[in-house]
Write a protein that binds this ligand. Structure first.
Ligand SMILES: Nc1ncnc2c1ncn2[C@@H]1O[C@H](COP(=O)(O)OP(=O)(O)OP(=O)(O)O)[C@@H](O)[C@H]1O
Length: 260
């Protein structure tokens, strides 16, 4: 049985009747969404549609104006340590160069306390770098790496905290297609152990792996890929990702985000 057809596990994210505004500006309206254990979710939608805002609500960095978000059955802020977040990019001041290992150790910041000793933390950081095949670069400057390598370091940083779920914001935004394929091979591997949500305009890459597509454009719709019989996502959304970014509508009135 392929993973896409497998029965979903228990729910890990449950969003009910959620609305969120920045000031007067409504960004997400009446969102209902359930994500199950070990799913690989592709989050798509036009620029400014609210994808990153949705991730921030799941991470507990923003609070809904209405409705609720539960992650692992609890408010997100209580389970933040169980969620890994890989930002689109991370910049450091060139005057304070940081090594690859330093960046990964940041993922363990605040966990020293009564927990592992610093030596163990370094060992842990090196192990996670190994998982993304970058342990040989541990002492290289982070700024000297390629876009794809930097993304893998940020994945290692998120993995250092031993998360049960990973959220990625545009992992392939600044990387070439070969590096992008490598990133998705790593995501595929990680998905054997954890739920993964990927914001991406690059649906061609995730096509083979995602279990559901979540369309975000103020309103949110989810399409399990097992329901997209006879289509693939590229057929539905177009090979040109610009089509998704600019023409895609996810509102009940005239959205193109449908399997019918
Ligand atoms: N802190 C903020 N204060 C006010 N408005 C914001 C803030 N952050 C984002 N916005 C606005 O909210 C809207 C949704 O932003 P969000 O980043 O969630 O969209 P997105 O779908 O991730 O977009 P993109 O694909 O361009 O990254 C955008 O119009 C953005 O300008």
């Amino acid at each position: 049985m392929t993973k896409k057809n497998a029965r979903p596990g228990k729910s890990v994210i449950v969003i009910r009747d959620l609305s969120f505004s920045y000031g007067e500006r409504l960004i997400l309206e009446n969102v209902n969404l359930v994500i199950h254990e070990r799913e690989m979710i592709g989050i798509i939608g036009p620029n400014g549609g609210g994808k990153t805002t949705l991730l921030k609500l799941i991470l507990g960095l923003l609070k809904p104006d209405r409705g609720s978000v539960l992650v692992f059955g609890q408010p997100p802020e209580k389970v933040a340590h169980r969620i890994g977040y890989v930002p689109q990019h991370m910049q450091f001041d060139d005057r304070f160069p940081v090594s690859v290992l330093d960046v990964v150790l940041m993922g363990l910041a605040g966990r020293g306390g009564l927990g592992p000793l610093p030596g163990k933390m370094k060992e842990k950081a090196l192990q996670t770098l190994d998982r993304v095949e970058l342990s040989a670069y541990a002492h290289h400057p982070f700024a000297g790496l390629s876009g794809g390598q930097r993304q893998r370091v940020l994945i290692a940083r998120a993995l250092a905290g031993e998360p049960e779920m990973l959220l990625f914001d545009e992992p392939t935004a600044n990387v070439d297609s070969r590096a992008g394929e490598k990133l998705y091979a790593i995501l595929h591997q990680l998905n054997q152990e954890m739920t993964i949500l990927v914001v991406s305009h690059d649906i061609g890459f995730v096509n083979q792996q995602i279990t559901s597509v979540v369309c975000v454009n103020q309103q949110v719709q989810i399409h399990p890929t097992s329901e997209l019989a006879g289509h693939n996502i590229i057929d539905l959304y177009g090979r040109d990702i610009a089509l998704i970014r600019h023409d895609h509508r996810c509102s009940p009135e005239g959205h193109s985000c449908s399997s019918s």
